[in-house]
Write a protein that binds this ligand. Structure first.
Ligand code: PMP
Length: 359
């Protein structure tokens, strides 16, 4: 889809997984300044001490929990890789909600782990029953993602308490991927960290500040786990990009509220523009929605029809074992959103007319 997006002339690209706004100017300036100031050597593996301190403080402000330790990682993808390596041995199982962010299952498989998915359709809620359905004695880690890519759903306090009780009962470590924590439209994003102590929290700078290409993330959690991750980082990524760590410190001073308020309006526009023609769970975070494909079509077939009209979407099977839904990103200028919603409404009307004709 990314390749197709690059080849099509001026597509309406609902498939993108990154914010559409630029990096704030003071943060760009800080990066340029850091390079000019010769901050181009390795940093210590775990990242600049002052950045680690700032990250621990930020997580404490958000969750009320001061974690023992932290590490700056090469993107959240780097944190996921190191976290899985640190917490799991070959053949161990990791429990993943379906739908899931694309890389979870493949990364686990790449590390010789066994990803086990449990179903959260159609409302994408995590319940004790759903968790138990995926559980067995080889599961050692539970992975959660809030707000979620691809659903845009934020886990509620009630769900987090259920997850904490489940993890405690089965003696599991929870990895929580909160990369979209800044993109929250109906109140702050609660974290499992506030309800359970065996938690590795991953988040980062890429989405919040529009700098996914800078490869900056962080991990916070128990000393013992972070220590193992630092050792593994030393032998793999070595450190996150050094001059950009200095810029990340500047980023933490920037108020991104106006961007988030803008995205809240986009969320409303997408939801209100589609909810009468598509089955859609209202997203309350991130910048995605994951509606059901209408008319009983596979997502792949529906996406093909959309591409024929210059609209790009990602079929649900990229995020799931089934292909019944599609991911759309609303991280786009308003005029593109308007055009995309109009096309989706036409396609939905056609799909349901065809389904009606067939019945
Ligand atoms: N987790 C989720 C849920 C994501 O959506 C992404 C990026 N799309 C990542 C992790 C990877 O983030 P990064 O670019 O910081 O490695």
């Amino acid at each position: 889809m990314f390749d197709l997006g690059a080849r099509l002339k001026d597509p309406i690209d609902f498939s993108i997984g990154q914010p559409h706004f630029p990096v704030p100017q003071p943060v760009k300036d800080a990066a340029i300044q850091a390079i000019r100031d010769d901050q181009n050597r390795y940093t210590v593996t775990q990242g600049l001490p002052e950045l680690n301190e700032a990250v621990l403080e930020q997580v404490e402000r958000r969750t009320g929990v001061r974690c023992e330790s932290s590490c700056v990682t090469s993107g959240v993808a780097g944190g996921l890789t190191l976290g899985m390596l640190a917490l799991l041995d070959e053949g161990d199982r990791i429990l993943i909600p379906d739908p899931y962010f694309v890389c979870y299952r493949n990364l686990a498989a790449m590390l010789s782990l066994e990803p086990v998915c449990y179903d959260t359709y159609p409302d994408f809620r995590i319940t004790d029953e759903r968790l138990e359905a995926g559980m067995d004695e080889r599961v050692k880690v539970l992975l959660v993602n809030t707000p979620s890519n691809p659903t845009g759903r934020t886990l509620t306090v009630e769900e987090l308490k259920t997850i904490a009780a489940f993890a405690k009962r089965h003696d599991l470590v929870v990895i929580t991927d909160e990369i979209y924590d800044a993109f929250s439209y109906d109140g702050p994003v609660p974290s499992i960290l506030s309800f359970y102590d065996q938690v590795l929290l991953l988040s980062g700078f890429g989405k919040t500040y529009g700098m996914p290409g800078w490869r900056l993330g962080y991990a916070v959690g128990p000393d013992e786990v972070i220590e193992r991750m630092r050792t593994l980082q030393q032998f793999s990524f070595v450190c996150a990009p050094a001059p950009l760590q200095h810029a990340a410190l500047a980023a933490l001073q920037v108020d991104m509220t106006p961007n988030v308020e803008d995205y809240a309006k986009k969320r409303d526009f997408i939801h209100d523009g589609l909810s009468d023609v598509l089955e859609i769970v209202k997203p309350n975070g991130a910048f995605y929605a994951f509606p059901r494909v209408p008319g009983g079509l596979s997502a792949e077939a529906f996406v093909e029809k959309a591409v024929a009209r210059n609209l790009l979407l990602v079929p649900g099977k990229a995020f799931s074992r089934v292909d019944t839904h599609m991911r759309l990103s609303f991280a786009l200028p308003d005029e593109k959103l308007e055009k995309g919603v109009a096309i989706l409404r036409e396609l939905a009307a056609e799909a349901s007319a065809e389904a009606g004709g067939a019945a």
